[in-house]
Design a protein around this ligand. Structure first.
Ligand SMILES: Cc1cc2nc3c(=O)[nH]c(=O)nc-3n(C[C@H](O)[C@H](O)[C@H](O)COP(=O)(O)OP(=O)(O)OC[C@H]3O[C@@H](n4cnc5c(N)ncnc54)[C@H](O)[C@@H]3O)c2cc1C
Length: 462
């Protein structure tokens, strides 16, 4: 750590504090790895030495903003999270452009592709994920891209600038952001088709009505949306370049550029090679500890209670838990004390980053027999809201158009609040619903709340 940092000195001088971890090595300089460093350098009792190793050649950047970057709405520089000297100033060793290839758990040592050997006391794997690949021929052809990193964004930008025809495979959040990005970026125009295997766009987040509104909006902007599309293969032009996408029903879509956006697969190779327990992701407990107590996994590469991750919100909560676990520990002590926080799964809300389109969704899409469904639809303004209640408690919401109430719905759902009292105003947003809730609350005598006539003048005034 930075020897000039007064907090570091304080931690070392305090005899009663447990010794910090000696050398922490983090593999993966992506959003999770970088956020962990950010959290650790602010903590007392952080590891004495931190090394961050990333396969990408540049310091961590905001991957979420690749979509506006492709669309030409942001500059590359705005994505960088911290410049290289930020790490140096905090005593963090940053090794870029080097992939870690092997972990020797017995020796607590790892080896990079460049032959560098690094010993660790504690190791964090934050290796993210790679694009999932459909099981079809032609994926190796030139002109076939993923949308995961800066190189992909640069390749797609170049393709958009050349124009022609693009086919995006996948009608989820990532596929739609890629499709709109290509369309907007193409100065000379580009015909962009989106192939979605399911019967509607964003079928994991949207119900049929909201998906229909979204499809109509995107089609109005010039995207061709094909749902129920069963991909058969990508065709070679005879020179190793993609020239078409073939569907199982015989349809052939000419293509100069194909984008694969059907999902992600956690990057688990390193964990598997090291002999850690791996299912879809590297299996961790609620302290983000793998089957080896000296190794943690974090972010899209990990799996907790059978779940893997694809949004940053749960990853930020994982970072807080792991940063607490990695602070104020002895290098030999791999057992967290009972006060260390534990990671708890929570639902997440989905948003689409396409300018001019606002949607917000969380919770189950399909209602069951015990759900009460409330719906508001104003086709004139393109506003749609649908909430699912169970015994007065909000379990899910889909909002399209005016999404202002979305975060409040989400908050109420997380809090498990009984909203029966404001049921009739729920679809009109927070202000109306809250007024009813407050009125009911103040009309209900609470044993701990004195009646108005019992209050002192100061309490009344307050
Ligand atoms: C275009 C796009 C838009 C997105 N939009 C949103 C959004 O709006 N909201 C949202 O919540 N999420 C969004 N996401 C998802 C979000 O970016 C990820 O959830 C997040 O980046 C995951 O962080 P991570 O650190 O686990 O993985 P990553 O950020 O992928 O970082 C992993 C890093 O590890 C490196 N690495 C892998 N293996 C090794 C190795 N062996 N040695 C060294 N380094 C290695 C990789 O090169 C990479 O740099 C988006 C993703 C993309 C691609």
């Amino acid at each position: 750590m930075n020897p000039d940092d007064p907090t570091a000195t304080e931690a070392v001088l305090d005899d009663s504090a447990p010794l910090p971890i000696g050398h922490l090595v983090i593999v993966g300089n992506g959003m999770a790895g970088q956020r962990l460093v950010e959290a650790l350098v602010q903590r007392h009792g952080a590891p004495r030495r931190i090394t961050l190793i990333g396969a990408e050649p540049c310091p961590a950047y905001n991957r979420i903003l690749l979509s506006p970057l492709l669309a030409g709405e942001m500059e590359r520089e705005a994505l960088t999270l911290r410049a290289a000297d930020w790490y140096a100033e905090r005593g963090v060793e940053l090794i870029l452009g080097e992939r870690v290839e092997r972990i020797d758990r017995a020796a607590r040592r790892l080896t990079t592709a460049g032959g560098r050997e690094i010993a660790y006391d504690r190791l964090v794997l934050a290796t993210g994920s790679t694009p999932a690949l459909p099981p079809v021929d032609g994926l190796e052809l030139d002109g076939v891209h993923a949308f995961r990193d800066l190189d992909d964004a640069a390749a797609l930008t170049a393709a958009a600038e050349r124009g022609g025809r693009a086919v995006v495979i996948g009608g989820g959040l990532l596929g739609l952001e890629a499709a709109e990005g290509l369309r907007k970026r193409a100065r000379a125009g580009m015909s962009v088709s989106v192939l979605q295997r399911a019967s509607r766009l964003m079928n994991r987040q949207l119900d049929a009505t909201a998906a229909g509104l979204l499809e109509a909006e995107l089609a109005g902007r010039g995207l061709e949306i094909i749902t129920g599309a069963d991909l058969e293969r990508l065709e070679d032009d005879g020179r190793g370049r993609v020239c078409a996408v073939r569907l199982a029903d015989g349809r052939r879509l000419a293509a100069d550029c194909v984008v694969l956006a059907i999902g992600i697969a956690p990057s688990v190779e390193l964990g598997r090679q090291a002999g850690l327990e791996v299912e879809r992701g590297i299996v961790v407990d609620d302290r983000l500890t793998s089957s080896d107590p000296a190794i943690h996994a974090l972010g899209e590469c990990c799996e907790f209670e059978g779940r893997t991750y694809g949004l940053v919100e749960p990853i930020w909560r994982q970072v807080e838990v792991l940063a607490a676990c990695l602070s104020s520990r002895s290098a030999d002590d791999t057992t967290p004390d009972d006060e260390t926080p534990r990671y708890v799964e929570q639902p997440c809300a989905a948003k689409l980053k396409v300018s001019g389109i606002s949607l917000y969704a969380f919770g189950p899409i399909e209602s069951d027999d015990d759900h009460e469904t409330l719906t508001y639809h104003d086709p004139e303004h393109g506003d749609y809201r649908r909430v699912l209640l169970r015994d007065g408690h909000l379990e899910g919401a889909v909002l399209y158009g005016d999404t202002a109430a979305g975060p409040w719905y989400f908050e109420q759902s997380l809090a498990g609040r009984d909203l029966s009292a404001c049921r009739q105003a729920l679809l009109f947003g927070q202000a109306d619903a809250r007024a009813l809730l407050d009125a009911t609350h103040s009309a209900t005598p609470h044993p701990a709340t004195p009646h108005a006539q019992d209050r002192s003048p100061q309490e009344e005034a307050a």
